[in-house]
Ligand binder design. Sequence first.
Ligand code: FAD
Length: 429
Amino acid sequence: MGNRVVVVGGGWAGSAAALTAKQAGADQVVLLERTDSLLGTGLVGGIMRNNGRYTATEEMFAMGAGHLFKACDDTARHRNFEFPGHKHASLYDVSKIEPAVRRCLLEHGVEVWMFSRFKEVEYSGGSINAVILESDDRVEGDVFIDTTGSCGAQTLCTDNGNGCVMCVIRCPTFGPRVSLAGKCGIPEKTGKKADGSYGAMSGSCKISKETIAPHILEELERTGLAMVPLPDHLIDTKKLGTKACAQYALKEFAENIILLDTGHVKFMSPFMQIHKLRQVPGMEEARYVDPYSGTLGNSMRFADLSPRDDAMRVQGDIDNLFCGGEKAGLLVGHTEAMVTGALGGHNAVRALAGKEEVILPKSISIGHAITTVREEMEFEENMGNKYTFSGSIYFKKMQAEGLYTTDHDVIAKRVADAGLTNVFEQRVM
Ligand SMILES: Cc1cc2nc3c(=O)[nH]c(=O)nc-3n(C[C@H](O)[C@H](O)[C@H](O)COP(=O)(O)OP(=O)(O)OC[C@H]3O[C@@H](n4cnc5c(N)ncnc54)[C@H](O)[C@@H]3O)c2cc1C
C-alpha cells in the first residue's frame, strides 16, 4: 500500500492535518488550496488562547503538535490581555501569520499546491482514488482529508445571509468550496441560526487603521483593545443572535464598538451600516477592508458538515476519508480547527499503516470537546448551537468538568496520564 496523503483545503485545519500527517511519517503529503493563500478564514481572525483555548493550546504542545500554535505566538501583536468575557487572550498578526505557516509546512516537507481547487472525486468501491482539480489535473491519493471549511459557495450567502459581501473567502475569484463527502453521496448536515434558518454569520469585520481617530488607534496599539460606547440609538442587541461566534454574544459587544489590534482593526460586530458606524465619535472616517461590504453583512458559514467519529474518520460508505475543522462540525475557531485537523492528519496515517486510530479521552479538553460536539450534533435541536473552548455553552461544560486550567504542569500531567505525551511526534510508518 502507498502512503500518499491528500489534504483538501489549506485553512487552519488543513495546515494542521498536513503537518501531523508528515510528522506521523507519511512519505508524501499534498495540501491542495483553491486560493493564493493558506489559512482561509484565519486570514482575518487572530484571537487565540482566550479562556479554554489556552488549555487546548497547551495540550497540543504537550502532545507534540505545537508548531502552528508557536507560529501564532511568535507573530502575536498582543499577549495575555483581557477583553470583555475573555481572559489571557493573544492576537496573532493577520499580515504575518500566513507566510509563517507556509514556511513551517514547507520546512516539514509538506507539498503545498496553491490555485488547486478540487471539483470532483473519483470514487469506487467505497474508496476515493483521486480528486480532480479545476484545471482537470488528477491528484491520486491513498487517504484523503477534507478540510474545506464551511463557507460558501456564494449561494450560501445570497440564500441565507445578506448577499455576497466580498469577504476574504473570495468565491467569485477562486470558485466555490466543494465537499468530498458530499461528492461521494454521503448526507451532510448544516448549522442553523437562532431562528432556525440555515448557516451562521461571521462575527467580525476589519477596518483600515488609517481611518480611525488617532487617540483610539493609540490605545488599540498600546493595549490590544479599544472600547468605544455606542450612542443609545445605535445599540442593536438582536444582531447578537445571528453570530457564528456565540462567545461574543455578550451585552458589552452590543453596547460598545469593541476593537482588537490584529494588524487590521478587528471590529467585533458581524456588520454595521457605515453611515451609522461613522456616527460614533472617533469613527467618522471608518472604512471596511473585510468584508468589503461589511456595511450590509458578513460571510455565512456552517454548510455541509460531514458525519464523523471521534478519530475524525468520515462515516458512511467510504473507507479512506477523514476530516477536520469546521467541516467536522459545530466547533468554531482557529484553535478548534487546528486540534481537529491535527487529529485527522495523524489518524489518516495510522489508517494507512494499519494501526489503531487515536481517540483522545475525555480527561483532556480536546478529547472532551470532540466527543461532546459529535454527540450533541446527533440531535437536530442542537444544530443552532456553536461550540468553542473560548466561551458560551462549551466553555461552561469545560469548567463544570474541571478541565479548564492555565497551569502547564497540570496539563502536561493530564496528557501524560492519558499516555499521549508527544503522540503527534511519533512516526507510525
Ligand atoms: C471574519 C472571521 C473572523 C474570525 N475570527 C476568529 C478569531 O479571531 N479567532 C478564532 O479562533 N476564530 C475566528 N474565526 C473562526 C475561524 O476562522 C474558523 O473557525 C477556522 O479558522 C476554520 O478553519 P477551517 O480550516 O476549518 O476552515 P476555513 O478557514 O474555511 O478554511 C478552508 C480552506 O479550504 C479551502 N477550500 C475550500 N474549498 C476548496 C476546494 N474545493 N479545493 C481546495 N481548497 C478549498 C478554502 O479556500 C480555505 O482556505 C473567524 C472567522 C471569520 C469568518
